[in-house]
Design a protein around this ligand. Sequence first.
Ligand code: PMP
Length: 371
Amino acid sequence: PSERHIKATTLETGKVLDMIMMASNNYLGLTTHPDVKRKTIETIEKWGIGMAGPGTLNGNTVIHQEFESRLARFKHCEASMLFPSGYSANIGCITALLGKDDVFIGDELNHASLIDGARWSGARKLVFKHSDPADLERCLKEAAGMPGQKLVAVDGVYSMDGEIAPLRPVVDLCKKYGATLLVDDAHGSGALGATGRGSLEYCGVEGEVDIVMGTFSKAFGCFGGFIAGSNVMINWLRHFARSGMFTAAVSPMNVAACMASLEIIETQPELVQKLHKNGRYVRERLTKMGYEIGKHETAIIPIFVRDRNKAYGVVKEAYERGLFLSLIEYPAVAPGSERIRLTVMATHTQQDLETAMKMLEELGKKYGVLS
Ligand code: PMP
């Protein structure tokens, strides 16, 4: 699993290596947390392993309902609905809310699930420059002359850049132009903000965003997704979000695992604080070494190399020496903006970070990446 230390096999030699994992979205280390495992096992004993059908036909359990209420509170919303994944949550939500007479307005770097949801809805699409409120306003003005509903969608945290969206101006602009706002907080939920409630907490806009989407495949350490919002909107999704209706309900064991993770996030703030501390430390060290990195305060630290061969050299040699990093290249990002994606976890020890930083200093020099 994506723990702070893993065993991985090299494709070339077939050798099994002990590695420090710095490429996982398991930000809090909850995939293997003993409380999460115990509560999941207890739930299997009680409820079995699956619902074997969609909630609309078979219903769900009291723990599904309890978890949806707790998630809604976590996100400062009235209600929430579970989906099998974050991807299907965005698709289901957007296609349920928009039709061909409506307008979708999205950031140019939005996650594929928002883009695909917009495509499948058939709505008219307007795209604004990345995290540029002035360009968003241009789109909102253009949309004001068009009929139908206007839905603005942004990522709370951009997964390849570790950047936080400028939610304050985005919220204000949506209010000014009467547009509905959807924030995809896949990488913020459980990781960002003083108590891990996400990008809305970080930006001070909790309770002001119409629709908040989240996933359990990152800080929650599991899988599944959700949409949170008003009672009326969630009720609508229960009847019209096809990716939630025409698919089996999330299993009770999955709900139990995610609820146990939520419990930990809410009651052990020191985990989120440790994640932030590790992030600050790594950003400081990499900057001092002369790496060009993303400056936002998230667990995702992009190291901009802008040269595919150099980035590959660093990632490959790090891998062989026991440090797992991700190489991000085309088509994930534009050619010429290749980068190494490093993610910190709350469970990384000071020793893990030291080992990784020393290695990156050597490799940065060797491959000519430091300025
Ligand atoms: N939105 C964003 C911003 C993501 O990074 C991801 C996962 N990569 C998703 C949505 C989809 O989430 P899931 O893995 O739960 O389908």
